[in-house]
Design a protein around this ligand. Structure first.
Ligand code: ATP
Length: 221
């Protein structure tokens, strides 16, 4: 069987080292490439500051030079936000019934799964690896706990032998970095060094979108 394909969706506005570190750890633990998949922003979240093209450009630069973390723009290639279930259906068609697909989700996002469109169908399309922080136990709604009880995987290797349907806890190193904190820092004119990949800093224009917001604000000088 070929290596699984793991998927880390997000806004990446901008990509930061929290994303990259977690993607790398998942790639190592699952022995699989991880596709970073920037999303059209769903209606319940504020619009991103950077355009889709800018978010892709930042990801491209951040991921250059290594091959385990890859960029997958399929959601942005569509004209509207896509449900995860539809993205996975598209991937299933593309890669075939036997390919192991692994959706990476933070523990908080996972706990909210029953609010997702056709959430039970996700298990017919992919495995889910829940990125957990050591010592933090997310409480799961009863319907989710019941659904996943028979699906629990004991080891990453369990996700290689079947294409979908299992749930694995994946401990990751917690890094207290968020894109919103990076944006706030840039808007305040501060230096984002060591919160975003160095490659983003090499091109002074790359993060300008976030800095210019500060220039445009009424109090900006
Ligand atoms: P924002 O602050 O704008 O909400 P974010 O930093 O949370 O953004 P997203 O693009 O929404 O970034 O996140 C994409 C994925 O990466 C999500 O699954 C999210 O849980 C995960 N992620 C983001 N930051 C971290 C981090 N510091 N450590 C581990 N996972 C993270």
């Amino acid at each position: 069987m070929t290596d699984p394909i793991a998927i880390l969706g997000g806004t990446f506005d901008p990509v930061h080292i929290g994303h990259l570190r977690v993607a790398m750890e998942a790639s190592e633990a699952l022995d699989a490439p991880v596709r970073l998949m920037p999303a059209h922003v769903p209606p319940h979240r504020p619009a991103p500051v950077a355009s889709a093209a800018q978010r892709v450009a930042m990801l491209r630069v951040a991921l250059a030079g290594q091959d385990h973390l890859q960029l997958d723009t399929r959601e942005l290639d569509r004209s509207e936000p896509s449900y995860t279930v539809d993205t996975l259906r598209q991937m299933r068609k593309e890669f075939g019934a036997e390919q192991s697909l692994i959706l990476l989700l933070g523990a908080d996002a996972f706990a909210g799964l029953p609010t997702w469109h056709e959430w039970r169908a996700l298990f017919d399309l992919a495995h889910i690896a829940v990125m957990t922080r050591p010592g933090h136990d997310a409480r799961l709604p009863v319907e989710l706990a019941t659904e996943i009880a028979p699906r629990r995987a004991r080891a990453a290797s369990d996700l290689r032998t079947t294409p979908c349907g299992k749930v694995l806890d994946l401990p990751v190193t917690p890094l207290e970095i968020s894109a919103s904190a990076v944006r706030a820092l840039l808007a305040a004119g501060r230096d984002p060094r060591w919160l975003v990949p160095d490659a983003l800093l090499a091109d002074p224009a790359m993060l300008d979108t976030y800095r210019r917001r500060a220039d445009r604000s009424p109090s900006g000088k």
